[in-house]
Ligand binder design. Structure first.
Ligand SMILES: [Zn+2]
Length: 422
């Protein structure tokens, strides 16, 4: 077993513990330990029917101690206590509620990360296309591109784009000059966008590392189980200790000095917000942990989170929101609008799913260049307005196209042209 954590080692995923080994280890534990471990691993594992029954039974104990012999429930022919159905369903409901919370959170993080990873790759292609056009159509060289990049942080891009649009509207700018300025501004905008999304991606990766290794707080566990926090904590400690020892046995890998404590601390240490609300996500990068508890969590795939797709009402909802999401996914949104929208969409599962579908993963270099060229050409005075059409779908498509081409001019706080019609 590895005892060092050199940087090169940290690059590799820890040697996996298999799901079978984990499940066999849990099965070998005492009932209360099994229940506790499965609750602590709720992001990955489902408590069994027996676990639920065990928790429900424990709820009945105070009654029994108080002398109400089997009050409210019956004894079966095999002398087993039969619990009222609603005691079981109450626990099942709590388990489900917490399971969907932790799993939704994890799913959201996974979606954010996969979207942003692809998004950054596409942004690279987009930036490359702009660069190509700056060189071929505007005569830029390496040094002038470098200059643009260096000034990107300070540039007042949105303001300059609006001003440029106004000058084009009044025919105060030549087509060549327009193209040059428009491409330069977009080039800088995309550089800044890359910095923002890289930072966001880093944060999400960090949050996911924390979430992967976290379990429910004692307070939440007590709510599910229906017993006090005091016994919860002592059971948590015992269950983790027993699990770690049993897993070491299953793996036939005796624990070295310090390894037992490291694993138990990992099991006790990371708890999700709720009981410990002030525990935010730190900025320090978590190193990959080698202890048996962390290793277990890193070896399990997340349990699937069922998602109901309900329409979003935030940011205007409906077509307005759809337009905003498309604008975001296609790198056209201004920085100001983007940061406003991002704070909500990035927490919203339906929005993330939609972004994922809008986003075009495979686009050839030529088609990206073509798209950028079409977008950045000086708009003509005789630009056709969306004509009144009977079919709303055709009209919406035409409008969306026009809206996209006019995006920097109309901004995103303004309703699209003719939006009131629908
Ligand atoms: Zn949403």
């Amino acid at each position: 077993m590895a005892t060092t954590t050199s940087p090169s080692l940290a690059q590799h995923a820890p040697p996996a513990v298999t799901r079978e080994q984990i499940e066999a280890t849990i099965r070998s534990l005492q009932p209360f330990e099994r229940v506790m471990i499965r609750l602590l691993m709720l992001q990955y594992l489902d408590p069994t029917h027996d676990d639920v029954t065990f928790m429900a039974q424990e709820r009945s104990e105070p009654n029994m101690k108080a002398g109400h012999k089997f009050g409210g429930f019956a004894v079966g022919t095999d002398r087993k206590i039969i619990l009222p159905r609603e005691w079981i369903t109450a626990i099942e409901h709590k388990v489900q509620q917490y399971a969907s919370q932790v799993r939704d959170h994890r799913k959201r993080l996974d979606l954010q990360i996969s979207f942003m990873t692809d998004y950054l790759q596409g942004l690279e292609r987009e930036t490359q296309a702009i660069e190509t056009l700056l060189i071929t159509a505007c005569g830029f060289d390496g040094a002038s591109l470098e200059e643009l990049r260096l000034q990107a942080r300070q540039a007042l891009i949105t303001y300059a784009l609006r001003k440029l649009a106004a000058r084009a509207e009044k025919q105060e700018v030549e087509e060549d000059a327009y193209l040059k300025e428009r491409l330069s501004l977009e080039y800088q905008a995309q550089h800044r966008r890359r910095d923002r999304f890289k930072k966001r991606l880093e944060q999400m990766l960090q949050e996911r590392r924390v979430v992967m290794l976290s379990s429910l707080s004692d307070e939440h566990l007590a709510t599910i189980w229906g017993i006090a926090q005091g016994p919860i904590l002592s059971r948590r400690v015992k269950a983790i200790q027993r699990y770690v020892n049993a897993l070491a046995l299953t793996l036939n890998a005796p624990l070295q000095e310090g390894q037992f404590a490291a694993a138990v601390n990992a099991g006790l240490g990371s708890r999700m917000a709720g009981g410990n609300k002030n525990e935010g996500v730190g900025t320090k990068t978590l190193e990959i942990k080698e202890d048996l508890w962390s290793k277990t969590l890193q070896s399990l795939p997340p349990a699937p989170a069922p998602s109901e797709s309900k329409p979003c009402e935030h940011d205007g909802g409906g077509k307005v929101l759809a337009g905003l999401l498309r604008s975001l996914a296609t790198y056209l949104m201004s920085e100001e609008d983007e940061s406003k929208l991002w704070t909500r969409t990035n927490q919203c599962l339906p929005c993330l799913l939609r972004l994922r579908t809008i986003y075009v993963v495979d686009e050839t270099t030529e088609s990206v260049i073509e798209r950028v060229r079409a977008r950045t050409m000086m708009p003509r005075k005789d630009e056709p307005q969306a004509p009144p059409v009977e079919d709303p779908e055709v009209a919406a498509a035409k409008l969306a196209d026009l809206e996209e081409r006019l995006r920097p001019f109309i901004g995103t706080n303004v309703l699209p042209v003719g939006a009131k019609t629908w």
